[in-house]
Write a protein that binds this ligand. Sequence first.
Ligand code: FMN
Length: 282
Amino acid sequence: MSANTYRQDSVQRASGLWASAKAVFRLPNDDPRKTLAVALVLCLACSVVVSATAVSLRPLQERNAARALKSEVVKVAGLDTAGMSLDQAFEQIERRLVDLETGDFVEDADPMTYSYREAAQDPDASTALDEADPAGIRRRPDRMPVYLVRQDGQLKTIILPVYGAGLWSTMHGLLALAPDGRTAKALTFYEQRETAGLGSEVAGERWLSEWPGKVLIGEDGEPVIEVVKGNVDPDAPNAEHRVDGLSGATLTSNGVTNLMQFGLGEQGYGPFLARLSDNHRG
Ligand SMILES: Cc1cc2nc3c(=O)[nH]c(=O)nc-3n(C[C@H](O)[C@H](O)[C@H](O)COP(=O)(O)O)c2cc1C
């Protein structure tokens, strides 16, 4: 078919459609065909508006998400940021990238633009977890960002992004550790979609306040932290390695145990933390 014939054919088809549309809209209002046509046009118009709004708002959402993350990092860093803007406070914190396999810092990529979420989707930047995937993340990014808080040149806090599956959602959090690389200083979950009032308590101040002081990694370097069902007996010998379960949300609680065990283990930050801990012991 030549280009000219094709164009004529398209024009004919469009005018045919337009004529049918006009015929439908000339039908009486109580004709079911007209009702259907109006519903269809409305659906189409609404979906165009919703899609256009979603696309146009995406950059704003990304900026807001980046800002919210900065604010969470500053919060768990435990710095005195009185009188500082969020950007000024965030600049006090060093951001580095760690090669999870070796535990070394990586210098050939920009930690400010690196996204572990994007890396996890990229087969060249992540490793498939086909057999052992306790955190339910399917692919582990080969590199992860870490945030270091120093005071007078001394390392004070190490902040690790941690994430893994809850019951309904992937829970993204930040774990602040003491310089020994084993003891929790703070924990936050800044993104999760567990049930409000049940699993969502994972992000509640009350439950998160149980974490500071917990020893997450044993002397042998293996993660030992566990969120238990019910309450931890404070006199039990392993109480420093245990956190109370969320009531009515055992599956979300188990998700936290799993993401901690994986994130702090051999396939997670384990090699990096082992180095830190060696340096700390001196
Ligand atoms: C509507 C609904 C929402 C639920 N949301 C959660 C949740 O977010 N996290 C969770 O662990 N359990 C949730 N559960 C409960 C789980 O199905 C399961 O019963 C619970 O984790 C067991 O905890 P328990 O042994 O402490 O009762 C939900 C249950 C229902 C009916």
